[in-house]
Design a protein around this ligand. Structure first.
Ligand SMILES: C[S@@+](CC[C@H](N)C(=O)[O-])C[C@H]1O[C@@H](n2cnc3c(N)ncnc32)[C@H](O)[C@@H]1O
Length: 204
């Protein structure tokens, strides 16, 4: 397992990462030095198998899409995925096509380690900013953005960028922190007013 906080070259390992022309700022520098959360070594370990992100679409299916039968083959974006979350979605939902983006190459290197270890062919990783997500030229059924928006200089702009790559019946699960940051509820209220395509954004 890579050591937490160690810097990795993007070319390391078998998994190529697509690097944007992103200029690293203070937030990126922090997460290059201290990856978050603590890297999981084995997603198949008994005490890890039960871990899910709070917004996991399977657990929350009837809240997100009350009028639809469950299906797993979604296009999923984990925006600001950190060291584990995108790989965990791909591991727990093998039929889903999962994309993880983050600023931090150190965090993405651990995601790449998990992808290789568990042969997660359904996982794609990009080093990219949420603000530039339209550059992926993709659309998603479900977006998880957890613990990230409060880092953005313009959280509402970030959420709107995510709304721009959300399919019409899609759902965004938002978790944000910090009393000084724009609360997630405010972001969602402001965005909902301007999203013609997104049916709903949801918080957990
Ligand atoms: C607190 S961690 C959350 C990681 C993951 N979402 C989770 O819940 O385990 C925040 C992550 O957001 C990333 N991040 C911060 N600003 C970002 C931005 N503008 N675009 C993409 N990623 C960003 C950081 O590099 C870091 O890995």
């Amino acid at each position: 397992m890579p050591e937490p906080g160690r810097r990795f070259r993007l070319s390391q390992g078998r998994t190529p990462l697509v690097k944007s022309a992103t200029e690293l700022g203070a937030v990126a520098s922090q997460y290059e030095k201290w990856v978050y959360p603590f890297p999981i070594a084995d997603l198949d370990a008994p005490d890890v198998r039960t871990l899910r992100d709070g917004g996991d679409f399977e657990r929350n299916w009837h809240t997100f899409w009350p009028d639809r039968p469950f299906r797993e083959d979604l296009d999923v974006l984990v925006a600001g995925c950190g060291s584990n979350a995108a790989a965990r979605y791909a591991f727990n939902h093998r039929k889903a096509r999962v994309t993880g983006i983050d600023l931090s190459s150190a965090s993405l290197a651990h995601e790449a380690y998990l992808k290789d270890k568990h042969r997660l062919d359904n996982l794609t990783l990009h080093q990219a900013r949420i603000e530039e997500v339209s550059g992926l030229a993709r659309e998603f059924d479900f977006i998880d953005v957890s613990g990230v928006l409060h880092h953005l200089p313009d959280p509402v702009g970030g959420l709107k960028a995510l709304g721009g790559v959300l399919r019409p019946e899609g759902t965004i699960a938002v978790r944000s922190m910090g009393s000084g940051a724009a609360p997630a509820s405010t972001c969602c209220r402001r965005c909902r007013a301007s999203w013609a395509s997104a049916k709903a954004s949801r918080m957990y």
